[in-house]
Design a protein around this ligand. Structure first.
Ligand code: GLP
Length: 261
C-alpha cells in the first residue's frame, strides 16, 4: 500500500483523475471499477473535463460499479446507475452497453450477484478499481464483519450507513435496507486499487484503515493485503496518520510517481 497526501480535496481528486487517464491511455479497453459517493463526484467532473479538453477517450472502456441499492429502479434519481449517468456516462463517449452496475430490481438477487461476478470475469477482471471509504470504514457496501474473502452479494446496510445516506433519501426511514455489493475478495482481485478519502470526518477511519490491524470490522483494512493499492487523501483526511513524513518521502522518491508529482 502507498499513501499520498495532497494539499486539498481538489488536488487529491485531480491525482486520481490523472491516474485513470494514464491507465486509459495505456489501455484503451481498460476495465474500470467505479465508486459512487460525494467524494467521487470531483473525480468524475475532472474526467469529463479531460474528455472535453484533451479528448480522453472512453469509447472502448468497460466499467463495473461496486454496488447498487436493492429495490430502486435504474432511472430512480437516488440509484447509483442514475448517479453514474448524470456525473460521468452521459458526458463522455463511453458505450452505455459497456457500463455495468448490479441490478437491484432483479427477481433473483443471488443469481444477479453470481452473474455480476461472471461478467467481471468475462471482461478479463478489473484493471483499476476506484474506491471511497464510508464513515464506518467500509468499501463498497462491505459493512462491519464482511468476510475478507466475500464475493458479490446482498448486504444489509448498517445503521451508520443508513444515517450517512439519509439526507439523500429525505430521512433514515426512506433509505433502502439492502444493497448488492462487490465483496472484499472481489475487490482484492482487481489488478490495481485507488482509494480516495477527503475531509476531516474521514480522518479517524483513514488512520485505522491504513495503520490499524486488518479486521473484518473495517473492510478497508483488507486493502493492506493488496499488492498494488494507493490511498490518496487530502490534508484533512490524513491528519491522524502517524507516519505522514514517511509517506511523503516515499511519494517524493518512488520512480512510479515521477509523472504525477
Ligand atoms: C457509500 C458507498 C461507498 C462510498 C461511501 C463514501 O457507502 N457505497 O462506495 O465510498 O459511501 O461516500 P462519500 O464519498 O459520500 O463519503
Amino acid at each position: 500500500m502507498e499513501l499520498i497526501i495532497q494539499p486539498d480535496q481538489e488536488r487529491a481528486a485531480h491525482l486520481v483523475a490523472r491516474i485513470v487517464a494514464h491507465e486509459l491511455r495505456m489501455k484503451p479497453d481498460l476495465v474500470l471499477g467505479l465508486a459512487t459517493g460525494l467524494t467521487m463526484q470531483n473525480v468524475y467532473r475532472l474526467l469529463v473535463q479531460m474528455h472535453r479538453e484533451e479528448g480522453l477517450d472512453f469509447s472502448r472502456c468497460r466499467t463495473f460499479n461496486l454496488d447498487e441499492y436493492v429495490g430502486l429502479a435504474r432511472n430512480d434519481p437516488r440509484s447509483y446507475r442514475f448517479y453514474m449517468i448524470e456525473r460521468l456516462f452521459k458526458h463522455v463517449n463511453v458505450d452505455f452497453g459497456n457500463t455495468h452496475l448490479p441490478n437491484g430490481l432483479a427477481k433473483n438477487l443471488d443469481e444477479e450477484c453470481a452473474q455480476y461476478e461472471k461478467s467481471i470475469a468475462d471482461a478479463g477482471g478489473i484493471d483499476l478499481q476506484l474506491l471511497g471509504i464510508g464513515k464506518a470504514g467500509h468499501i463498497g457496501f462491505n459493512e462491519p464483519l464482511s468476510a475478507l474473502r466475500s464475493r458479490t452479494r446482498v448486504k444489509a446496510l448498517s445503521p451508520a450507513t443508513v444515517e450517512q445516506n439519509a439526507p439523500l433519501f429525505g430521512g433514515p426511514d426512506k433509505v433502502p435496507r439492502r444493497a448488492i455489493t462487490m465483496g472484499v475478495g472481489s475487490i482484492l482481485d482487481c489488478r490495481r486499487c485507488v482509494m480516495l478519502a477527503c475531509g476531516a470526518d474521514k480522518a479517524g477511519v483513514v488512520a485505522k484503515a491504513v495503520e490499524g490491524p486488518i479486521t473484518s470490522m473495517i473492510s478497508a483494512t483488507a486493502l493492506q493485503l493488496h499488492a498494488r493499492c494507493v490511498v490518496i487523501v487530502d490534508e484533512a483526511a490524513g491528519k491522524l496518520l502517524k507516519e505522514k513524513k514517511y509517506y511523503r518521502w516515499i511519494f517524493e522518491n518512488e520512480p512510479e510517481w515521477e509523472p504525477f508529482r
